[in-house]
Design a binder for this molecule. Sequence first.
Ligand SMILES: [Zn+2]
Length: 606
Amino acid sequence: MTSTEIRRRFLDYFVKILARENMEHIEVPSSSLIPENHPTLLFTNSGMVQFTPYFLGEKDPVSDFGSKRLCSAQKCIRTGDLDIVGTSRYHNTYFEMLGNWSIGDYGKREAVRFSFDLLTNMDYGFGLDPSRFYPTVFAGNEDAPEDLETVEAWKSVGIPEDRIPRLPASENWWSPGPVGPCGPCTEVLYDRGPDYGDPESVPGLTDNPRYLEIWNAGVFMQFNRDESGKLVPLAKMSVDTGSGLERLSVLLQGVESNYETDLFRPIIEKTASLVGPKYTQEKLSKDFNKVADHIRASTFLIAEGLFPSNKDQGYVLRRLIRRVFDDCVWKLDIDSSRIIEIIPAVIAINKERYPEIDKADFIKDVFQEEINQYKLTADRTRSYIRNLVKRGVTEIAKPFNIYQSLGASRDLIENIANEQGIDKDKVDFSNFDNDVASHQNKSRSNMSQRFKGGLGDCSDATTKLHTATHLLHQALREVLGSHVHQMGSNITSERLRFDFSHDTKMTDEQIKKVEDIVNQKIKEALPVNKTVMSKSEAEKTGALHFFGDKYGDEVSIYFIGDSIENACSKEFCGGPHVKNTSELGSFKIIKEEAVARGIRRIKALC
Ligand SMILES: [Zn+2]
């Protein structure tokens, strides 16, 4: 069964099959990978994230979706264990989570029955053999009793008592924090047989690969834990479930790892086709896996408008791309200009479900630009270390200095040192991570880093073009509409380049209008002002901010005009800018073109 069909069957079950008994669910589209209004969460990491306000009773699912029963296939990113990605068969940075939800509608009995039906039914379900199921249930402790209702629910669909393992709170109790909603959960383990390991008397207690967890078939939000630590039953129970599409594909496609499913195979085959002849595929499967995983995650993140940067989500993207470079160039011998040829394989697999990623040129551009920047760092690092070696140096006592002066990552320093003949154990990384962390904290407070897109130097020419970019952004919104958002920006001393969301080619008349508006503001000789305020205050001013970027608690806003209220442009920005628009002289658009579907690019000068 293909992954596309698995996803379709999952959603159809809740939307169509359950309609036969008037229990139909509403399918809600995947939300963005970058969660809105979630200050503590960098990325959407489960299907539940977009529904949190409904579970907390802050929003009403019936008025927003038309039902208390929902289902979805959600794009997710988890970055907690980047270092085991590729080595572990079941961990991915990007993955897709299938789930169904009852927000104060049905309870345990139905949740169990639905998951059992979908997993086992031969016609509309996955046709799995129920005699291999071990649904785990909460064993009970001093806080809350054994979850007998769920035990009964599993027995009523035909699972014998002795195949229902009771597990402690560490495995089968869900709580997002010390207070708030919480409750028991039930997970379906699938016994893959003796080839995968010895049987256990209580499956689920250890990480025995024989028992594959295929569905968290119900997190039952049944209690609220109050400040004193006491559990108070909630008036209405809610249900949250989640099953990884990758994991189900492993089982239903009869393969051994996520990377062997149809979600990954074409990506790995493309990578293999680029690998230099001196390597064997077998030896390097771990590196193939990692490259495939990271390129897949990067593709989805760039498609959502995220750019590599030194902050938050942008920094994760930067790390992913740089790790791909390290692996491709150092381990797989792939030329750094050819790595982006892998991206279309990711798009081909996913574009039908997620059409937003169908913009190969744009994604390749962003990816390659980061690679190029990193490659410069690699070249500088190489000549630096080569010189050390020439002078007879045989060890690097403080690699942090290379990081600080050249921006080279730990992997890069290690690889290049090695390439230049310095042994791995002669590079002392013992304090490296600490030094980097404290260095990054210092740079974070440096607001001037916030300006996106490579304001390489702060010469007069680039500063002027930066201010012109703000005027251009505003003028485009006036002429084309408020759907125009900055998607990227790059400034050199010769020109500005501005990418923005818009569907159609601009007419000559529109281009002229935009130029006229910018030139008018230049003529009015308006002051450019900066103000710093809290993020929540800043948002109230209506200042534009870069889609996908996350800001600290204090932000600076540049506005053009006498006051922020009547400013003709206001943006979250770290500067630098000219003092007065009259310094710009005159503004001219030299090119308007498409970068990707829905994204246009302007090059201009002043
Ligand atoms: Zn700016």
